[in-house]
Design a binder for this molecule. Structure first.
Ligand code: PBG
Length: 327
C-alpha cells in the first residue's frame, strides 16, 4: 500500500497556475499603490538619492520625465515631498502660496491632469532645525502653535490644487485643526489621509537624507510613537477618526504588520500603510549584492501588507513593480 487515505490534500489546489490564481486570497494591484515623488527647488536637478537607488530629487523642469515614466507604468497616484530653497525656524516655505509644493501642484496639474496629487503636510522638510513644527526655546515641540501653522499649510495646499492631504507630523489635534480650516474655506470635499499611527522608526533614515530633514538636535520620540506600543495605536486611530480623518495610515509597514492587522479589525475607514525608505533601501542593497531577487522580494513584502489588511500602500517600488501587476 503506497497511498494513504488522507482526509484532505491541500496540494490538490496548488497544482497549476489556473488553480493557484483561482484560490488566491489576496491581490496586489497597480491601483493599490501610491508613489512618493521628491521635488527640489532649482533647475536641471535630477539627483539620485545615494541611500535610495532609483529614487531621485527632481526640479520642476525635470519632473515631467518621471511623470511620463509613471504614466507608462500605470501609476497615477503620487504623494509629493518638497525640498524648499530655504529653511527657517518655522518652515515658512510650507505655507507659502509660492512654496515648492504649491508650485509643484500647479505645474503637474497643468502638465498632465491624469495624476491624483496627494501632499505630505508637515514641517520637518522646511525647518532649519528639522523638527516637525514650532520648537520652543527649551527644544520641545509647541503642539498648538504648530496646529495653527498646519492650518495655513493645509489651506495653501488646497488652493494650489491638492487632491488629498496627508498630515505626517503626529501633532495632537492635527486632523481636527486641518478639517476645521479646510471647511471654513469651503473645502468640505477635500479628503484627509492621516498618518494616524506613525512610529519613531530607524527605517526613515534614507528619507531624511532625501529631504535633508534629520533633527539638528534631539529626536522625534516626543511626538512619534514608541515602537514597543501596539494598543496605543488604537488610541491614536480613534482620535483621528473622531476628528474627521477620511483614511488612516500605519507607518512604517513591514515591522508593523501586527498593527496594520489590529487597526483593520477595529476601524472601518480605508487603511493605508507606508512602505518606508529604509524598507526599500534594504531590499535594494541586498539585490545589488545579488543576494535576493528584488522584484520577487518586493512583491512578497507588499503582498504581506495587503494580507495584513492594508488597502493602499505608499511605496518607492510603485513605478518599477506596477508593470508587473494587475490593474
Ligand atoms: C515627515 C515624514 C517622514 C516620512 C514621511 N513623512 C519622515 C520622518 O518622520 O522623519 C518618512 C518616509 C520614509 O522614510 O520613506 N514629514
Amino acid at each position: 500500500m503506497t497511498t494513504f487515505d488522507l482526509p484532505r490534500r491541500p496540494r490538490r489546489l496548488r497544482g497549476s497556475d489556473h488553480l493557484r490564481s483561482m484560490v488566491r486570497e489576496t491581490h496586489l494591484r497597480r491601483d493599490d499603490l501610491i508613489m512618493p515623488v521628491f521635488i527640489a527647488d532649482g533647475e536641471n536637478i535630477r539627483q539620485e538619492i545615494p541611500s535610495m537607488p532609483g529614487i531621485f530629487q527632481y526640479s520642476l523642469d525635470e519632473v515631467d520625465r518621471e511623470l511620463e515614466a509613471l504614466a507608462q507604468a500605470g501609476v497615477f497616484r503620487i504623494i509629493l515631498f518638497g525640498i524648499p530653497p530655504t529653511k527657517d525656524s518655522v518652515g515658512s516655505d510650507a505655507c507659502d502660496d509660492k512654496g515648492i509644493i504649491q508650485r509643484a501642484l500647479r505645474h503637474i496639474r497643468a502638465q498632465d491632469d491624469r495624476f491624483y496629487l496627494i501632499t505630505d503636510v508637515c514641517f520637518c522638510e522646511y525647518t532649519d532645525h528639522g523638527h516637525c513644527g514650532v520648537v520652543r526655546d527649551d527644544g520641545t515641540l509647541d503642539n498648538d502653535a504648530t496646529l495653527l501653522n498646519l492650518q495655513k499649510q493645509a489651506v495653501s495646499h488646497a488652493r494650489a490644487g491638492a487632491d488629498m492631504l496627508a498630515p505626517s507630523g503626529m501633532i495632537d489635534g492635527m486632523i481636527g485643526a486641518m478639517r476645521g480650516a479646510l471647511d471654513e474655506v469651503g473645502r468640505h470635499d477635500l479628503p484627509i489621509m492621516s498618518y494616524a499611527v506613525k512610529y519613531a522608526s530607524a527605517f526613515y533614515g534614507p528619507f531624511r537624507d532625501a529631504v535633508d530633514s534629520s533633527p539638528q538636535f534631539g529626536d522625534r520620540r516626543a511626538y512619534q510613537m514608541d515602537p514597543a506600543n501596539a494598543r496605543e495605536a488604537r488610541v491614536e486611530a480613534a482620535l483621528d477618526v473622531a476628528e474627521g480623518a477620511d483614511l488612516l495610515m500605519v507607518k512604517p509597514a513591514l515591522s508593523y504588520l501586527d498593527v496594520i492587522a489590529d487597526i483593520r479589525r477595529h476601524f472601518d475607514l480605508p487603511l493605508a500603510c507606508y512602505n518606508v525608505s529604509g524598507e526599500y533601501s534594504l531590499v535594494k542593497a541586498a539585490a545589488a549584492k545579488g543576494w535576493v531577487d528584488e522584484q520577487a522580494l518586493a512583491k512578497e513584502k507588499l503582498l504581506s501588507m495587503k494580507r495584513a489588511g492594508a488597502d493602499i500602500i505608499l511605496t518607492y517600488f510603485a513605478r518599477d513593480l506596477a508593470p508587473h501587476l494587475d490593474g
